[in-house]
Design a protein around this ligand. Structure first.
Ligand code: FMN
Length: 219
């Protein structure tokens, strides 16, 4: 196990979409999964499970479903790039190329972690508001983030993907996910083809954090 610090892991955790087909050993996977279990959940109900998909036929089928959706997403995204400044478009081009690689090689991904959640076990405090509810996701995605960070610490490449949620019924059938469980994301995991994780581009604290009132500058 590598010994990188938490801040280094957090500040270099990025989407790594080019993965080698080499196996990921159980001991490594075990550590990564254990990190996921440490995440907080509403009322500590822990209403999530993760399916560690390694069966080649199942990964290949997930890959077919993913590629269909990625192609549609990428075509739409590419249209939007026409109005982007040059530097942003170049960055997006890189992302799309890496995304194409993932879609084309999904079947060779050694592990796909599919996170599921049980909505019946969630205290969803914003369910009745007149907008999309997000609170339920708060009992799943901290576990996802722990897993991503643990992958990063191990040197494993990974990307949080959600395109497969569009075809939840097919995924449910393929992986024998019972009702009322839903799917939150699928994370392809493997050893990186290139450098793997590294520098990330994010908005600065000054843009993201406010003092006392929304919009008030945080010095
Ligand atoms: C909710 C969510 C959904 C995402 N879905 C996908 C996806 O389906 N496919 C994909 O390639 N990346 C997906 N991503 C990864 C983001 O595109 C990526 O984190 C973002 O572009 C920042 O890139 P970076 O982490 O490499 O800096 C998703 C990320 C999040 C948080």
């Amino acid at each position: 196990m590598s010994e990188i610090g938490l801040r280094e892991a957090m500040s270099t955790l990025r989407a790594v979409r080019r993965l080698r087909p080499d196996p990921v050993y159980d001991a490594v996977l075990g550590r990564v999964l254990e990190a996921a279990t440490w995440a907080p959940t509403g009322g500590n109900r822990q209403p999530w499970r993760v399916i560690v998909v390694r069966d080649r036929a199942a990964v290949a089928r997930l890959g077919e479903l993913y590629a269909e959706r990625w192609r549609r997403f990428a075509a739409g995204y590419e249209k939007g790039m026409k109005s982007m400044p040059e530097a942003a478009a170049a960055q997006s081009r890189k992302m799309l190329d890496a995304g194409d690689y993932l879609a084309e090689h999904f079947a060779d991904t050694p592990v796909v972690a599919v996170f599921c959640f049980n909505p019946k076990e969630m205290a969803i405090t914003d369910a009745k508001l007149d907008r999309i509810s997000v609170v339920g996701g708060g009992s799943v995605y901290p576990a996802v983030q722990n897993l991503l960070l643990a992958c990063r610490a191990e040197g494993l490449g990974c990307t949080l993907t959600t395109l497969l949620c569009e075809c939840e019924d097919e995924v449910r059938e393929l992986l024998a996910i019972p009702e009322p469980w839903g799917t939150a994301c699928a994370i392809p995991i493997g050893w990186p083809v290139r450098g793997g994780h590294g520098p990330i581009r994010r908005l600065p604290v000054a843009k993201m954090a406010y003092a006392d009132r929304f919009g008030a500058a945080f010095e």
